[in-house]
Design a binder for this molecule. Structure first.
Ligand SMILES: [Zn+2]
Length: 288
């Protein structure tokens, strides 16, 4: 479950980053240059990937991202937390594929480890995988080292599932609960800390199909109208009921498509955790 994020001032100093600055010519002329950040604990080797290019993340933001940065006139980030789930993630993916848009899945490490094939499918279909911690704790209640362990364990699980050096570029703190330490640790690992602008509160769903609750989800995903919304939904956890989210998704996508929005990752269309290793022809659609 999520609640509105705490807003804290992020300290300017970052002391532990080990950075290797590399221009990512692979991204092509249309892409901006990026900074490759080699993070401690991320030198993992998973199963061999078909196109195992070294991965670059956008330079981590110094601030906590709520709205999607205005890289184009209108962009929207669809985000799904707490998965992957064998019950719901495939359904979400099917809707996204049918509508030919991309989204970001903020996965729990424990679920990525349990369902590595789902993690691979998400990446293969051109979506972005973000880090949502290993076990969904309240980060501000943890010591620095335990916060770091939560991030690193989840990154290891995601990297091991996907292979090819893939690692998440975004960290979404569970329940939007973060402090300066959280943001500093995420940056040191090459990740921007991302919360959201529009909370659908879909986790409060009744445990049955509900047309009225689906209308509520669509309303919360689209109001107030914003040019750069980041929309919080959920495709996990196992056992929870997400059919109303799945059934709302097509209408949410249609709403934004009709208004000319680009569907991007949480920091805009230029880069994502998947764009450097296109495994699907859809990767470069929708302003990705
Ligand atoms: Zn969550």
């Amino acid at each position: 479950m999520e609640r509105p994020g705490r807003r804290t001032t992020v300290g300017a100093a970052m002391t532990t980053r080990t950075a290797a600055r590399v221009l990512t010519a692979l991204l092509g002329a249309a892409m901006i240059s990026a900074t490759t950040v080699t993070a401690p604990g991320n030198s993992l080797v998973g199963p061999p990937a078909a196109t195992a290019a070294p991965q670059s993340c956008p330079t981590p933001k110094r601030y906590v991202v709520t709205n999607v940065p205005a890289t184009v006139s209108r962009n929207v980030a669809l985000t799904f937390d707490d998965g992957p789930s064998p019950n719901w993630t495939p359904q979400v993916l099917d809707v996204l594929a049918a509508k030919r848009v991309h989204a970001t899945f903020f996965m729990l490490g424990q679920n990525a480890r349990a369902y590595p094939r789902l993690v691979r499918r998400v990446v293969r279909e051109g979506h972005t995988v973000g880090n949502h911690s290993q076990t969904h704790p309240q980060m501000t209640e943890l010591s620095t080292s335990r916060q770091a362990t939560q991030m690193d364990s989840a990154t290891r699980a995601i990297s091991a599932a996907v292979g090819g050096g893939y690692r998440p570029c975004f960290f979404r703190p569970p329940s939007g609960d973060y402090n300066n330490t959280t943001v500093r640790l995420a940056r040191a690992r090459g990740m921007s800390t991302v919360v959201w602008s529009h909370d659908t509160r879909d986790w409060a769903t009744p445990l049955h199909l509900s047309a009225s609750f689906q209308r509520t989800i669509v309303y919360r995903a689209t109001k107030p109208l914003s040019r750069h919304p980041d929309i919080l939904m959920h495709d996990g956890s196992r056992g929870n009921y997400r059919q109303n989210t799945v059934n709302s998704l097509q209408r949410i996508i249609t709403f934004y498509k009709r208004r000319g929005y680009h569907f991007t990752n949480p920091v805009g269309p230029s880069l994502s955790g998947c764009s450097e290793t296109p495994r699907s022809p859809r990767v470069h659609r929708e302003g990705w």
